[in-house]
Every structure is written in C-alpha cells, then in structure tokens.
Design a protein around this ligand. Structure first.
Ligand code: ADP
Ligand code: ADP
Length: 227
C-alpha cells in the first residue's frame, strides 16, 4: 500500500530522514513512535508530497508518487494533524466537505456524507454542523479533524499526533472509537505519536524512530517483550 525505499530528507545540512525504508501493508495500523525531532512528521509529509525528498523512492498503491501531482495524491490520502488544521473561517460542514468539494461531489451527496461523518465520530449533525471551529472544544475539534480526513473515503490516513490536544478521558474514548472505525472500514493508517501507551494500544506494528532512522519495527507484543 505504501512503499518507502531508501528515502532521505535534508533541511540544509541537517538530515531529518536518513535512508529510511518501510512498507505499510493494506488495512494495517502502523504507529511511528519516537522522541520529538526524530523525523516522524517529516516522514508523513514526504508520503503525501507536502515536501520533496533528497533521495529514494515512495510508492502509494503501487504508483510512484513522482508520477502523481501532489494535490491529486492528497485527495486520496486523508491527513490529520494535532492542531486539527480546521479552517477557522469555515463552519463544521464546510470543513468536513473540503475534499468532497474539491472532487466536485453533488451537493446532496456531500450533505449526506457530512451527517454520516459527524455521526461516525459521535457528534450530533444538527447540533454541530453549523458551528465554527472557535466554538468547539479541543476534543470536538479533533473529532471534526478525523471526520474531515475520512469524508472522501480515502484508503490511506496519515495522522500526526491527532489526539495530542485532547484531555486524557476523551483521548481514550477517541482512540478506541477510531481504532474500531479503522478496522470496520479497513483503512491503512500511519499514525505518529511520542506516547508509548498510545502506540501499544493502537498499533498492529510499531515503527520506532530515532534521529531519522528506524531502530525497531515489530508488533506491540514483541516490542514490550524485547524492548
Ligand atoms: P518529529 O515529528 O519527530 O518531532 P520532525 O519531522 O518535525 O520531527 O522534525 C525532524 C527534525 O527536522 C527536527 O530537528 C526539526 O527541527 C527539523 N525540521 C523540521 N522541519 C524543518 C524545516 N522546515 N526546516 C528546517 N528544519 C526542520
Ligand atoms: P502547513 O501549514 O503545515 O504547511 P499545508 O499548507 O500543507 O499546511 O496545508 C494547509 C492545510 O490543509 C493544513 O491545515 C492541512 O492540515 C490541510 N491539509 C493538507 N493536506 C490535506 C489533506 N490531504 N486532507 C485534508 N487536509 C489537508
């Protein structure tokens, strides 16, 4: 589903991702775990072509990403970041409809989809769809961020500490709900965190990174047994 081969990313002289190779399987929940600054976010942004790399190849769904326009790729890949990235001037329904609008879906279909997505993340459509991001709690905003990322039904979701800003109780609820959604919809997820408990709870496999390299790649069970 995602094939990263010998990929390097430098910022000036600094190597953020260093000859990294990694394959993410279809419907897999892969967690990238590592300390702040080890290159986790950079790796996600390389996959959806938000930034260019200095070497190596990346394939998504068997296609070399160099042969696809960045904007086309990002229509197929859902992306969620910690700050949720909601557009502050747009209400909740417009935010969720971002990619469906880019894809020129019919208005009726979009409206139905917005309601479905809100229900899926546990928010009542009637109560939430006309709200502005500034009227949402941190946890609600992150739910909307997830709803937006999956609205166009992408096969792949890249998530960068998506629940980082949520209080512990709501975070646990969101983690469990999202894991259930991921299994039901068979999404391929690459999920970045520096929280080992979150990684152990969610992952099919954990990819431990340090200084731009993979230092361990295994199931949560094996990582706990052989740390
Ligand atoms: P992580 O997500 O693991 O915290 P990042 O991928 O955000 O790490 O960053 C990896 C390293 O690259 C950090 O040392 C960071 O300071 C540096 N870095 C990230 N983005 C830039 C940039 N645009 N310009 C220069 N350095 C950057
Ligand atoms: P950044 O401020 O990190 O440079 P970008 O300019 O790349 O962000 O993206 C602008 C906004 O669009 C961001 O808030 C980001 O979260 C959002 N975004 C980028 N790619 C996608 C995507 N594939 N799906 C949904 N939202 C996206």
């Amino acid at each position: 589903m995602i094939k990263i081969n010998n990929v390097t990313k430098k910022y000036g002289d600094f190597t953020a991702v260093d000859k990294l190779s990694l394959t993410v399987n279809k419907a897999e929940f892969l967690v990238i775990l590592g300390p702040s600054g080890c290159g986790k976010s950079t790796l996600l942004r390389l996959i959806n072509k938000m930034i260019d790399r200095n070497g190596g190849e990346i394939q998504v769904n068997g296609e070399d990403i160099d042969t696809v326009k960045g904007e086309e790729l990002r229509k197929k890949i859902g992306y969620v970041i910690q700050s949720t990235g909601l557009f502050p001037h747009m209400d909740v329904k417009k935010n969720i409809a971002t990619v469906p609008n880019l894809l020129n879906w019919e208005e009726k279909k979009i409206s139905k989809r917005v309601d479905e997505m809100l229900t899926l993340v546990g928010l009542q459509p009637e109560k939430y769809k006309d709200k502005k991001p500034s009227e949402l709690s941190g946890g609600e905003a992150q739910r909307i961020g997830v709803a937006r990322a999956i609205a166009s039904d992408p096969d792949i979701l890249l998530m960068d500490e998506p629940f980082g800003a949520v209080d512990p109780i709501n975070r646990l609820r969101l983690q469990k709900e999202f894991r259930k959604i991921q299994r039901e919809l068979k999404k391929t997820v690459v999920f970045v965190t520096h929280d080992i408990d979150e990684a152990l709870l969610l992952a099919d496999r954990i990819c431990v990174m340090n200084k731009g390299e993979i230092v361990q790649l295994d199931t949560p069970e094996n990582i706990v047994l052989h740390p």
